[in-house]
Design a protein around this ligand. Structure first.
Ligand code: ATP
Ligand code: MG
Length: 411
């Protein structure tokens, strides 16, 4: 079966009143971007609360569906047969054939659901439902009608053309990327942070990312792993600006000056501080981390209080109530798991204390941070000035040199 068109179903954005058009525009835009990656030419349009993706030449069905399954905001993808307006007898003949091709096993239940937007069509929706239901039963006697809970719904839409579809392929749900603004993801090489970025992108955020690198204690391969993870997430979000921050000097300084059981907390506070400074310069409205309550010492309630205190922007922690198993399940679904478990060292694992505090006291942490007063400001400035920005997409990464670039992330 060659489908000439896809009907795109979207749920949540349908209910947002006046904002609905903004969301629909964002969705159409994201679909256009996604379809550009596919072979063949597609026309994306909006009409009467529906979005259509029409194939204008030959295309690869699986590739097109896969592209659409990476667009947040889409709930269902319906491959459609499209025909010119014809009298009912011909419509019925086509629909019976179409059904036969779609469902070789007809020992099932069905109903016909018609929408007639072209009111000049000589039969109304109910008449078509009844007549076509009868025609399908005549052609395929194994079928049974079930109007309340059918296994198959034969959808007929009569517009400027006649559209038919029976399959609804699930989309990823959520809201179109960018419709909720942009946020800065703290992206490590672990399992959690790519999942948390994906989850917030699903709620409509565009992502930038920051990675704290500690050469020579961490290797090129650790950086590559983070780039690869950003590349995988970018299949849903579009290109990600990844800020590669050299954190070595700051980490060594903290290691030198502060109690070792507080290292992780203090490091984390500087990570958040720097992330926020970059976020503000790049028009990001929030930070995102992969923290989950109680997962490690730096993620107890008291530890989170200490890290939170350095930020003014909201910090989104979508995994806060998730078990590791649940996070792993998502990471497998979005294909980041195999990359996340590559065994390269992370800056935090190298400088980690044997017995980190689990109930840090904010005042004590702040007092110990004063040991850093002589040099830390300058080091933070240096880390930001030497920020290497990489533009990462599914095809790889390139260093972003020209800050005058129209896509430039610096506001
Ligand atoms: P992940 O699996 O995402 O690495 P984790 O379980 O290893 O998380 P931590 O190492 O405690 O947890 O890190 C908590 C969060 O802090 C991470 O999810 C990430 O958002 C951020 N983070 C940690 N290390 C880095 C890093 N090197 N660069 C950027 N962000 C980091
Ligand atoms: Mg980690």
């Amino acid at each position: 079966m060659v489908y000439q068109s896809f009907l795109i179903k979207y749920a949540e954005i349908g209910i947002k009143g006046k904002n609905r058009y903004i969301f629909e525009d964002a969705l159409v835009n994201q679909i256009k971007i996604a379809m550009k990656k596919c072979e063949g030419k597609f026309h994306v349009s909006r009409s009467y609360g529906r979005i259509f993706v029409d194939a204008e030449e030959d295309y690869d069905f699986d590739e097109a569906v896969n592209a659409l399954q990476h667009v947040f905001g889409i709930v269902g993808i319906c491959p459609m047969k499209v025909d010119p307006i014809v009298p009912y007898e011909e419509l019925a003949k086509t629909a019976v054939e179409f059904f036969g091709e779609e469902y070789p096993d007809r020992n099932t239940t069905f109903k016909v659901h018609t929408r007639r937007l072209d009111k000049s069509y000589p039969m109304n929706s109910q008449e078509i439902n009844n007549e076509l239901g009868g025609a399908l039963l005549d052609a395929y006697p194994e079928l049974k009608v079930d109007v309340h809970d059918p296994k198959i719904t034969v959808n007929i839409e009569i517009r400027e053309q006649i559209y038919m579809y029976t399959h609804v392929i699930p989309g990823p749900g959520g809201l179109p990327v960018g419709s909720a603004g942009k946020a800065m993801l703290l992206l490590s090489g672990g399992i959690d942070s790519p999942v948390s970025g994906w989850m917030m992108a699903k709620r409509g955020l565009k992502l930038d990312a920051v990675y704290y690198n500690a050469p020579p204690y961490t290797s090129e391969r650790a950086l590559q792993k983070v780039i690869d993870l950003a590349g995988l997430v970018s299949e849903y979000t579009g290109p990600i600006y990844l800020h590669n921050i050299n954190f070595t000097e700051i980490q060594l300084y903290i290691y030198d000056k502060c109690p070792h059981d507080e290292l992780t907390i203090i490091m984390r506070r500087y990570m958040m501080k720097i992330a926020e400074m970059i976020a503000k310069r790049t028009a990001c409205g929030a930070l995102i981390t992969g923290e989950s309550l109680g997962q490690v010492a730096s993620q107890t309630m008291r530890s989170l209080e200490c890290t939170n205190r350095v930020c003014e922007l909201p910090v989104f922690r979508p995994l806060i109530g998730f078990d590791k198993e649940e996070i792993v399940t998502i990471s497998k679904k979005i294909d980041t798991y195999d990359t996340s478990i590559r065994p390269y060292e992370d800056c935090c694992t190298i400088f980690v204390a044997k017995h980190p505090v689990t109930k840090p006291v904010l005042k004590v942490i702040e007092r110990h941070e004063h040991n850093l007063d002589a040099g830390i400001e300058e080091m933070v400035q240096r880390a930001i000035e030497t920020d290497e920005i990489l533009v990462v997409d599914a095809n790889g990464s390139r260093v972003f040199k020209n800050r005058e670039d129209p896509l430039q992330p610096w506001d």
